[in-house]
Design a protein around this ligand. Structure first.
Ligand SMILES: Cc1cc2nc3c(=O)[nH]c(=O)nc-3n(C[C@H](O)[C@H](O)[C@H](O)COP(=O)(O)OP(=O)(O)OC[C@H]3O[C@@H](n4cnc5c(N)ncnc54)[C@H](O)[C@@H]3O)c2cc1C
Length: 405
């Protein structure tokens, strides 16, 4: 049997997207997933323009629209009493020529990706396949896999770790605790909640509330009244403690001080946020992408977007090697370029908004916060708004420029 070209570990959004893009190019792919099915928890919802560019290349935008994706109108910052401080229109909201930002809950995107993959006979997803170890030599790479029928060793020419924040591939390559960066002290709770924010004057789709204790984000994520409400909590509480505090927290946070009967929570998910970057994104025949390679708090729009952009770049590199248009040195360029993007961007851009939410006095935030001052300038100046967007657009890089001429 010929050696499979690519094996991907992890059927999250990054693994599914990479499998789909390679599969549509006619490249055989095997995808290993530890869980019995796709993850259905409330996770990413917003895709910035560089991610939308890759989703368009993957051919999934029409399906996303059918599922209910929409272009949000923008983000604003408010005091706890709802008073508006500053707002920035979302990319594509006022300008049809621009690649837009799109909103669609991640579990819906995953379903679309899986549906399209299911139509490709040369792409195989194996659930209940948990990778536990790895190895490589000059001719191939392999992973040790726990499967329902016992432990197996599966081989390929290249193996991509898309196995998320706790990546076994990254741990096996560098050691369990070798993921440079830091973890925020803040405990975050993400909920999907039905509540009529619009009736309380929340006319922007994303709302960031600045307050030392009651900071939160409320973002509309569907057309049927579902909002992502993400708020800060005391660190160190158990899941049950967080759950039992939720009604009093919503009463203190949300406009109209609602009681439990006034809203419906569709999902509740505590998580911690990190800023971390793996030491390398290529080690021989192993590659890392998305959360397996870098973690970023999602409040600056750089959570999953960065992962999707990795995938688009890695697709071009691997497809180039497969077709003979590139040699495998392009993977070193992948490593250098992708890591440089995060070294440069991960801290200044994405930490600013989270820090602003709990670290500023809302009464003086407009004068004190450089981030808000820029947002305020962007409100009045299309040039400043465009410069602000370039921070995220700079994530992109076209690896095809390194194909053989
Ligand atoms: C509660 C929450 C809210 C979030 N909100 C946002 C947001 O609003 N915006 C944003 O941009 N980002 C957000 N994120 C982050 C975003 O969801 C992630 O960036 C994204 O899911 C990463 O995708 P991924 O494919 O890299 O990894 P994952 O989605 O984590 O997928 C990894 C997959 O690998 C599988 N796997 C793991 N280990 C193994 C193994 N050993 N063998 C085989 N399979 C394995 C897992 O089961 C999983 O299916 C949020 C995250 C959380 C937890």
């Amino acid at each position: 049997m010929p050696l499979p070209f690519i094996l991907i570990v992890g059927a999250g959004p990054s693994g599914l997207l990479l499998a789909l893009m390679l599969g549509k190019k006619g490249i055989p792919v095997r995808l290993l997933e530890a869980a019995v099915s796709l993850d259905n928890r409330p996770r990413a919802t917003h895709y910035s323009p560089p991610a939308v560019y890759e989703l368009r290349r993957a051919g999934v935008l029409d399906d996303m629209e059918i599922e209910g994706s929409f272009i949000p109108n923008g983000a604003c910052w408010r005091k706890l009493n709802g008073e508006f401080l500053a707002g920035v229109a979302a990319p594509g909201n006022n300008d049809d020529d621009q690649t837009p930002m799109l909103c669609l809950p991640l579990n819906q995107l995953n379903r679309i990706l899986q549906r399209q993959i299911d139509r490709l006979p040369h792409v195989q997803i194996l659930y209940s396949h948990k990778v536990t170890g790895l190895g490589q030599d000059e001719g191939k790479a392999w992973v040790d896999v726990e499967t329902p029928s016992g432990v197996q060793q599966l081989e390929a020419q290249f193996i991509v770790g898309c196995d998320g924040a706790n990546s076994q591939i990254r741990r096996s390559l560098f050691g369990d605790w070798e993921f440079p960066g830091f973890t925020w002290d803040q405990q975050i709770v993400a909920t999907n909640t039905y509540y009529p924010f619009e009736r309380h004057g929340f006319d922007w789709d994303s709302n960031f509330i600045i307050h030392p204790e009651h900071w939160y984000m409320a973002a509309r994520i569907s057309d049927d009244g579902m909002w992502r409400v993400t708020y800060g909590e005391i660190p160190g509480l158990s899941f049950d403690e967080l759950k039992s505090r939720q009604p009093e927290r919503f009463k203190a946070l949300l406009p109209g001080s609602p009681n439990p009967g006034d809203y419906k929570i569709a999902s509740f998910s505590p998580y911690k946020v990190h800023q971390r970057l793996a030491k390398k994104m290529r080690v021989g025949r192993f590659l890392l992408a998305a959360d397996a390679a870098h973690l970023c708090n999602p409040f600056g729009g750089l959570g999953l977007t960065g992962g999707i952009v990795d995938v688009g770049g890695l697709y071009d590199c691997l497809a180039g090697i497969y077709t003979g248009e590139a040699d495998d040195s392009i993977l070193d360029i992948y490593d250098t370029v992708r890591r440089s993007k995060y070294d440069h961007l991960i801290n200044p851009v994405s930490t600013a908004n989270l820090q602003l939410l709990f670290g500023q006095n809302p009464e003086t935030a407009l004068e004190d916060s450089e981030f808000l001052k820029t947002c305020k300038k962007a409100e009045a100046s299309p040039e400043v708004a465009s410069q602000q967007r370039q921070g995220i657009d700079a994530l992109q890089y076209d690896f095809r420029q390194h194909y053989r001429k």
